[in-house]
Write a protein that binds this ligand. Structure first.
Ligand SMILES: [Zn+2]
Length: 477
């Protein structure tokens, strides 16, 4: 390996940049703000996609596809929506060598092209609900970019549903929030807090925005997915009406929800250590790497024979296994490379192991080594991977708990955020002015409010008026 990675504790941003580069996940594209996702990074995304898509299908959704370009007048129809995306929109004004009659917006999100279409698809209550999702790229102009976390163009899924009643739409928004929580925790191994955003942090055009929030290993927060309850806002803007069972016209109720390639960055920052990535087995492109150890040609052929069979047996059991049989690199080099790339389990196999019918397993999370029989290496691998998956989750949860603090008073809160980051929990009166004061004084934002209002347990930390909510504050990406 080249130089050592920067230490997380000394230079977390530098560590992140180097890990993304050296693990061959992504690099900057030629246009400012753009990103080239390399095969190893894209394989992680494909596994995230599959985990989400299976759950979307299981909850009754279908996929469709809408166009990249949106005529400007459509985006302008929902006042808050156009205002919210005005500064982030890229606009095409020329085509075929001529100035266009109407500029076309490159989608920053697709409500403005989907809801006018829903107006044609929805006539009666019998047409509802519409439960659809699309996988696509979107573009939001960014000058301060960081690979995966903040790029102009990114990949995501956007769900768009329409319902006959408020209750159904609200239940849908909650259902998809729960799907996101499950994927974040059970698949990515990242503990999250589901809840509500304050009004100032809402999606433009939504009545309620429901996020899942996580803590990264530098004690900063990352929003990991959002589900929006749109009320009837988009239905009114695009005239989406239906005839209810009583024969009256009503506006449809809507939701939208999105999960993006940002979560590759989230996974890197929630689990990585000074040696590089630590990937959760559920999304690791390679779950087990087998590194053969030999000196002579004779040893080589005996070891590779057994190693190849082990790889095939693991693959037959549904484990994503790779045999690293490159001759040009020594085992020590390979160990470092696969640790950097976050492969959950390494199998070491040398001539003596072959004689004894055993292998050495090394777990990327704890670094523990143990010898097991070849048969056990195959039959027990799924269980070992489950243990690694759980260990990563528990590790991240312990870190979050250590870095979550109760707010006693405003000054110690402000000093604490500055000194050690973390989540800070305390009573808030609900006023945007107090929220703004906290942000201005601490650079922390209101990350999440509990789904069900809790007893605030005291007066607002800013103004001292009676609290109405318990809010979680943090500095965030
Ligand atoms: Zn207040």
């Amino acid at each position: 390996m080249a130089d050592r990675l920067p230490k997380q504790s000394e230079d977390f941003p530098g560590w992140y940049v180097e890990v993304v580069k050296r693990a061959e996940l992504a690099e900057h594209g030629p246009a400012r703000g753009s990103m080239i996702i390399r095969p190893y990074g894209f394989a992680i995304w494909e596994n995230i996609q599959r985990a989400l898509d299976d759950r979307f299908k299981a909850t009754g959704h279908e996929n469709f596809y809408f166009p990249l370009l949106i005529p400007m007048h459509l985006l302008a129809a929902e006042a808050q929506h156009v205002e919210g995306f005005k500064l982030q929109a890229a606009v095409v004004t020329q085509g075929g060598g001529e100035t266009l009659d109407e500029p076309l917006v490159i989608r920053p999100t697709s409500e403005a092209v989907i809801w006018p279409t829903y107006a044609r698809w929805i006539q009666s209550y019998r047409d509802l609900p519409l439960l659809y999702n699309q996988w696509c790229n979107v573009l939001r102009w960014e000058m301060r970019t960081r690979l995966f976390l903040r790029t102009s163009e990114f990949l995501w899924q956007e769900g768009h549903t329409a319902h006959a009643t408020r209750e159904e739409a609200w239940d849908e928004a909650l259902r998809m929030l729960e799907v996101y929580r499950e994927v974040a925790e059970d698949v990515l191994g990242i503990p999250v807090i589901p809840g509500r955003k304050s009004e100032s942090e809402r999606f433009p055009g939504a009545d309620e925005t429901l996020p899942i929030e996580a803590m990264m290993r530098d004690a900063k927060a990352l929003q990991c997915g959002t589900s929006h309850f749109l009320g009837q806002n988009f239905a009114k803007a695009y005239d989406v009406k239906f005839l209810n069972p009583e024969g009256r016209q009503e506006y449809a109720w809507g939701t939208s929800w999105g999960f993006t390639t940002r979560m590759i960055g989230g996974t890197i920052m929630a689990h990585g250590d000074d040696k590089g990535l630590r990937l959760p087995p559920a999304i690791a492109p390679i779950q087990v790497v087998i590194v053969p150890i030999y000196r002579s040609d004779e040893e080589r052929s005996a070891v590779l024979d057994v190693a190849g069979k082990l790889r095939d047996d693991l693959a037959g059991n549904g484990v994503r296994a790779k045999l690293d049989d490159r001759d040009q690199h020594r085992p020590g080099y390979k160990f470092g490379e696969w640790e950097l790339k976050g492969v959950p389990v390494r199998v070491e196999l040398g001539p003596r192991d072959v004689e004894a019918g055993q292998v050495v397993l090394v777990d990327r999370v704890t670094g523990d080594k143990r010898s097991v029989s070849l048969a056990e290496a195959t039959s027990g691998m799924a269980g070992t991977l489950d243990e690694v998956q759980l260990a990563l989750f528990e590790d991240a949860r312990a870190y979050r708990d250590e870095n979550t603090h109760q707010i006693d008073d405003f000054d110690s809160f402000a000093a604490g955020v500055e000194e050690k980051g973390g989540f800070w929990v305390g009573p808030w009166c609900g006023s945007p002015e107090c929220e703004e004061k906290v942000s201005a004084a601490t650079k922390a934002s209101l990350r999440v409010l509990p789904l069900e209002r809790e007893d605030p347990r005291g007066p607002c930390i800013v103004c001292g008026k009676p609290g109405t909510e318990r809010a979680i504050w943090a500095r965030a990406y």
